[in-house]
Design a protein around this ligand. Structure first.
Ligand code: UD1
Length: 372
């Protein structure tokens, strides 16, 4: 039986790597890795394959950037050909990017079983393209693999049959736990002239934060406030880099040397930074979870989160985009009054193992092997 994995954008790689590895080690299913090429820069894609020890994709579609409709449609056209050729028994998609949605749409109309890893997350904000991707993908998937039990609750409320829902835990945390020791051996901090516990890390790439000059300018002023207290390392997503230039915000950056813009980083280098940071400021979904797993305080620069467990149990606080509020909450954390967190259930490094077992069970791989 054959599983076909789809990856496309940066946050997909660290989710698929452990699943691919677990299936390979167990040796009961064959598998094929398809990279849509939604992200194509070396620093947004290739470096993750090296860092995560993931084999090169079996199929690379080279789709690249475009409007949502163009990008999703191009991925669909190419995936259909791949599915016809490869005849997978299960298409496994992860997360909430356009490649995820495209894979689910194509597989559903071809009658191929679909598994969605990271199912059930909801921001309840349909102005986010990712929310639409999540809702539609979950509606189409046969197997809904949730990272936390709020995901189960959301799906049940939407009328999903409980037999389709499987709480497997957070597979991205498998990668984090497997990589942390290796990452902390790197000389990343020394090279950047930082000392552990004495700097902040920031990432921004959401359309709602970086496409509007007023919002982005406000966020930069909050970052300037934090940079008055400690250096901030800010690896800049290509989308954000472009917007900073287009919106004429570089003058503001030059006046704040402690806000240090760098190129996007590889997985291990970035983990070395986040795991030893004093504070993380981000609009990323994955980083909210990683900071909770690492026990590092996180301020989420958005109005909502699809990952409420990181707030209820973890170190995350959703603070919106008002510079005054962000600065106040950052001060509170830097003054030692931040909240404590704990690591949610099944963020234990064994999610990929549970997923591989489930795929074998669903595809009847175990019994076939017994008959052989
Ligand atoms: C995508 C995901 C988002 C995820 C993010 C992680 C969707 C709808 N969005 O957003 O959920 O959090 O990835 O990074 O799928 N670009 C490059 N090089 C690249 C890739 C992108 O320069 O390798 C630039 C291009 O100008 C492109 C822009 O970034 O137009 C946006 O890329 P796109 O794939 O549309 O979405 P992201 O913002 O990366």
């Amino acid at each position: 039986k054959k599983v076909l994995h789809i990856v496309g954008a940066r946050p997909n790689f660290m989710k698929v790597a452990p699943i691919h590895k677990a299936i390979a080690q167990r040796g009961r299913l064959s598998q094929i890795l398809v990279h849509t090429g939604q992200h194509y820069d070396v620093k947004m894609s290739d470096v993750f394959f090296t860092d995560l020890g993931m084999p090169a994709p079996d199929v690379y579609l080279g789709i690249g950037s475009g409007s949502h409709a163009e990008q999703t449609a191009r991925i669909m056209i190419e995936l259909e050909k791949v599915f016809l050729r490869e005849k997978p028994d299960l298409v496994s998609v992860v997360g909430d990017v356009n490649s995820t949605l495209a894979g689910a749409l194509v597989a559903s109309k071809m009658g191929i079983r679909i598994s969605h890893v990271e199912a059930g997350l909801r921001s309840f904000d349909t102005t986010m393209p990712e929310e639409i991707n999540r809702i539609v993908t979950d509606r189409l998937a046969d197997l809904l693999l949730t990272p936390s039990q709020d995901g189960d609750a959301n799906l049940l409320k939407e009328g999903v049959d409980p037999s389709r829902i499987h709480f497997v835990g957070n597979v991205m945390i498998d990668t984090l736990l497997a990589s942390k020791a290796q990452a902390e051996k790197l000389s990343t901090l020394q090279e950047l002239g930082l000392t552990a516990g004495n700097y902040a890390v920031c990432t921004l790439h959401r359309a709602s934060n970086v496409d509007d000059p007023k919002v982005l300018g406000g966020l930069l002023s909050a970052l300037a406030h934090v940079a008055g207290r400690m250096p901030i390392l800010f690896p800049v997503h290509p989308r954000t880099r472009k917007m900073l230039a287009d919106q004429g915000l570089s003058g503001m950056l030059e006046r704040t040397p402690a806000l240090r813009l760098v190129e996007p980083m590889g997985y291990l280098e970035f983990l070395a930074l986040t795991s030893q940071a004093r504070l993380i400021l981000t609009d990323s979904g994955g980083l909210q979870e990683e900071s909770t797993a690492l026990g590092v305080p996180c301020l989420t620069l958005r109005e909502n989160t699809e990952r409420p467990i990181t707030v209820e149990q973890g170190t995350n606080l959703v603070v919106g985009t008002d510079p005054v509020r962000i600065s106040q909450e950052a001060d509170r954390i830097l003054d030692g009054q931040g909240k404590q967190g704990r690591v949610p259930a099944l963020w234990d490094g064994r999610s990929a193992e549970r997923i591989a077992e489930l795929y074998e069970r669903v595809l009847g791989a175990g019994s076939e092997e017994l008959r052989a």
